[in-house]
Ligand binder design. Sequence first.
Ligand SMILES: [Zn+2]
Length: 260
Amino acid sequence: MRRRLALLFAAAVAFVSGCETVPVSGRSQLILVSDKEISALAAGEFSKMKKAPGDPRLAKIREIGLKVVAAARPDDRAGVLPPAARWEFAIIDDKAPNAFAMPGGKIGFNTGMFAFTPTDDDIAVILGHEVAHVLCRHGAERVSQAMMMTASVIIADQATRNKSESTRNAWMVALPAVAQVGVMLPYSRAHESESDKLGLFFMARAGYNPEAAPAFWTRFAAKGGSKTPEFLSTHPSDSTRIANLRAWMPQAKAQMPRKP
Ligand SMILES: [Zn+2]
């Protein structure tokens, strides 16, 4: 077992030294899974979801989504974004106002989200944000964080092997909680913030009005929409998010295509 632990540590160190860098923000991230592995995993999950394939709004989601993907390509130096034909967009039969992106280019848009997105600009706010999650490999990073958390629990279990039962129990209870607050939470906030910023740029480059972004979040927060899964406890506070979007607005507008 000790040998296995030594190997685990060696692997972790090797992975850490092979850290990736997030486009634009420059933050370094730990990725322990390949894009191929994570995309296969995501495809399996995506196929199980309750979709509304006959929904006439799907064509619109796809059209806006692909425009945003094209606008994101200049930032994809690592070649993470799949080619246009491989992107899959789906309307998910779920009343919760939510949307999500999965590695490999799978994007889900809940039926409940349409109440908050009356215009194409609003839809582009959501899709810009989701495409940014894919580009920044946030899904792979989250899985990697969970892998590290599991490894740390195994290591602590071994390290406290000869300690009293109560010490061992305290460790076992505390570790995941510590990892959650110390690692998962700030990272997820960083993910949301990176996606907000890049998403704003992508929608602007695709020709949509970036002013729709702070307006969307203001509306969404007022209706209590931010209490839904994707933006749960880890999302930046609504006021921080809106203030950030306003601060990035001049940069976003500078990227809008010039009207002929
Ligand atoms: Zn997000």
